[in-house]
Design a protein around this ligand. Sequence first.
Ligand code: SAH
Ligand code: SF4
Ligand code: F3S
Length: 463
Amino acid sequence: MHEPRKLYVKSFGCQMNVYDSHRMADTLAREGFVETQDPAQADLVILNTCHIREKAAEKVYSELGRLRKAKQEAGSDTMIAVAGCVAQAEGAEIMRRAPVVDLVVGPQSYHRLPELLAQARAGKRVVDTEFPVEDKFDHLPAPSRAATRARGPAAFVTVQEGCDKFCTFCVVPYTRGAEVSRPVAKILDEATRLVDQGVREITLIGQNVNAFHGEGPDGQDWSLARLMQRLAQVNGLARLRYTTSHPRDMGDDLIAAHRDLPQLMPYLHLPVQSGSDRILAAMNRRHRREDFFAIIERMRAARPDMALSSDFIVGFPGETDADFEDTLELVRRTGFASAYSFKYSPRPGTPAAEHDDQVPEAVKTERLAELQRLLEASKAAFDASCRGRTFDILLEKPGRQVGQLIGRSPYLQSVVVNDPPAAIGDLLTVTITDVGPNSLAGVPVASDPASPARSRPLAAMEA
Ligand code: SAH
Ligand code: SF4
Ligand code: F3S
């Protein structure tokens, strides 16, 4: 018997890359690869890359530099593949800049990995950045029970990929291609299988997830809300989330779903980017700040315990102090439980990169620091407001100390519990007793025996 070959996958960027990395690992499991956490042990290294900002994209080259050195020192013949959005955007350029790379594969070609690897093994340097006509999802094998178990009780499922919105700063429409929704039946199969394997929470992901319009079993296009109504009927699926949404696609039925589906978590990540109408127009976001406020108001009316998260860009070309002040004002007025904020990074091939009114780096740095102080304070206020509240957490992993487990609140906060009367994969009702900078602490509320949905018969997630 020979040793199984070892695979090391490193994901950069967004959750879709995390999901894709899992699917690549599932595909290669069929070829006899087992995953390792140690690149030095690996026969194949895959870097699943992100092109969203310059810094993200440059990471791949420093990582490749390290791999080249390690490979030389060990005299190993580890094969190196670059996948993801940098692969799509810079395919041939990667081959030129990094001779250590054997294979470049774009996000729509992952189902071809076994075949591409065979070519690379035969000594060819392979670049596949096609947008093939066949649907890769039809060819990507599902995870084994062991793989699902190792990934924990909260899973991602891609339901929509690509983007037709063309915000003037963004590379995603170029790296991921046109917006495509998966058929409802396929999503349902995947979700049911994950739940059978012990998953309790599913996050539906897409670059524009609320623009989802997949074909339903009735031949009609289903909205995201309708898809979630159906998923809420999957026995054993306790929690649903979706990300990332665009303000333009927050339909009435999606807002109503937050009122009607107890499985749907009261938490919404809704990137707004800027609070200035002038900048929103220049970004081609195609909504105004008032539209954002109106959505939040309707959301909070549907679900009073709704909390929000968002993405912000500072220093977009032409952004003045007054524009930036509008962003700060939007944050103060809305209140965010969490948020990501970035300095604008000009990306090759995007319209905003060509503007001649680029904001100086020093101004971007200053604005980012100010925005982040405000967002931090907003987050801290939200966390503090959770003290004394009681909610369910989904236990996901062991804590640092013996007997501790860490779960996620409805708002994705980490909650540490000592000696919980429950195991990984269980939902546990806790009261929040302490609030720290990175996590909360909770104590279990005496369990209600009349609520069998809480602890589940499946032992699948227990190690
Ligand atoms: N589809 C999502 C987000 C995609 S990218 C949406 O429509 O909002 C994730 C975040 O990266 C964006 O929300 C934006 O805040 C940030 N981002 C994208 N391009 C950027 C750029 N060129 N410079 C700085 N931040 C950027
Ligand atoms: Fe990028 Fe805009 Fe599409 Fe989001 S909606 S992925 S920011 S182009
Ligand atoms: Fe990055 Fe591609 Fe995601 S550019 S953010 S990995 S879609």
